[in-house]
Design a protein around this ligand. Structure first.
Ligand code: NAD
Ligand code: IPM
Ligand code: MN
Length: 366
């Protein structure tokens, strides 16, 4: 059987990190006797330049016909004009909606060797192993929006809304994941102010009481949760939250791991292909320099193997390879303090590919 993967490299560092993830997947296919067919397609700024739209229909068709989609990043200063009628980010949002991937899984684990080098105290981050589950196809990202004249100029609005059904399905999914981990779920909202959050909170409480009474459950307000995430991050197991809060809290959580470049994600629906992308963006400040960290993208490829292809051994192999390379001291510039030795994006990729080859041989011998 052939695994069909659509590759949307996108903009900025997107193509640089995606190349390395594809090399890792090719090594996995070689080592484990798997067959992968990659199809490249356009999204984001590159698609605007080529087709005048951030999400060509052809791209959506390729994605829907594949087993999984691997996406680098979209966006950049070239397409940032606030008055532009098309924006790269619309491509990504449209794709998430078209694939129906309502659950965005963003795991945050801290490698022991990196706990020392980040901005936070080592003892604070050493035991962090959490999973943020961000609702991805609803909330303020997809609500009614617009502008109208106002005596002062204009008035602009975006609306946040969630239905009972949208909250139920994401909370169920998150509670199920918690059961397979440390059995603890934290739902994050802003129920002291927002009506949407009050529906979110009461729905989450009901689902948990009726269906997951054995899972330890708490609610938290997003402002305090943002603080607790830095103050006592190891206390969290699974966090479930809405689209906007999840976006913000996961960039914050990347500081626990040591860099934005480290965090992967998997976006899943009830059926159809999953979408796999690092949590970072196109990083225009470092694009084209061969210095972006490809690990978030490579770990996203591992999630793709596990979640969409059912290749658990292969996923474990990629994750162990990344761990081994980090243990051996190989670092892209985002992971070091000034004047420490670093490698390029490509060199990091080569190290991880070699580790995949070594580990897969030893796992087969064992
Ligand atoms: P960003 O995530 O691109 O970058 C934030 C910071 O993290 C930058 O300093 C960058 O150099 C660093 N960084 C990001 N990825 C890195 C990596 N792999 N290795 C090392 N350092 C890395 O966020 P931004 O600068 O706010 O946004 C830039 C563009 O990306 C915007 O157009 C935004 O809309 C877009 N964006 C896209 C996605 C996506 O495609 N999923 C996600 C976030 C932002
Ligand atoms: C992310 C990004 C996107 C989001 C943008 C680029 C639309 O920040 O994937 O985290 O806000 O979802
Ligand atoms: Mn984001």
């Amino acid at each position: 059987m052939k695994a069909k993967i659509t590759v949307l490299a996108g903009d900025g560092v997107g193509p640089e990190v995606t190349d390395e993830a594809c090399k890792v997947l090719e090594a996995i296919a070689d080592q484990f006797g798997r067959n992968i067919e990659f199809t490249d397609a356009s999204i984001g700024g590159r698609a605007i330049d080529e087709f005048g739209t951030a999400l060509p229909e052809e791209t959506v068709e390729f994605c829907l016909e594949s087993d999984a989609v691997l996406l680098g990043a979209v966006g950049g200063p070239k397409w940032d004009d606030p008055n532009a009628s098309v924006r790269p980010e619309q491509g990504l949002l449209g794709l998430r909606k078209a694939l129906g991937v309502f659950a965005n899984l963003r795991p945050v684990r801290v490698y022991k060797e990196l706990a020392k080098s980040g901005p936070l105290k080592e003892e604070l981050v050493a035991n962090v192993d959490l999973l943020v589950i961000r609702e991805l196809t609803g909330g303020i990202y997809f609500g009614e929006r617009g502008r109208r004249p106002d005596p002062s100029g204009e008035f602009a609005f975006d609306t946040m809304g969630y239905s009972t059904g949208e909250v139920e399905r994401i909370v169920r999914l998150a509670a199920g994941k918690a059961k397979g981990r440390r059995n603890k779920l934290t739902s994050v909202d802003k129920a002291n102010v927002l009506e949407v959050s009050r529906l979110w909170r009461s729905t989450a409480a009901r689902v948990m009481q009726d269906e997951f009474a054995d899972v330890e459950f708490e609610h938290g307000l997003v402002d305090a949760a943002a603080m607790h995430l830095i103050q006592r991050p190891a206390d969290f197991d699974v966090i479930v939250t809405g689209n906007l809060f999840g976006d913000i809290l996961t960039d914050e959580a990347s500081v626990l791991a040591g860099s934005m470049g480290l965090l992967p994600s998997a976006s899943l629906g009830t059926s159809g292909p999953g979408l796999y992308e690092p949590i970072h963006g196109s990083a225009p400040d470092i694009a084209g320099k061969d210095i972006a960290n490809p690990i978030g993208m490579i770990l996203s490829a591992a999630m793709l193997c596990r979640e969409s292809l059912g290749w658990a051994k292969e996923a474990d192999c990629i994750e162990s390879a990344v761990e081994k390379v980090i243990q051996s001291g190989v670092r892209t510039p985002d992971l070091v303090r000034a004047n420490e030795p670093t490698v390029s994006t490509k060199e990091m990729g080569i190290s991880i590919v070699s580790a995949v080859r070594e580990l897969s041989v030893s796992s087969m011998v064992a």
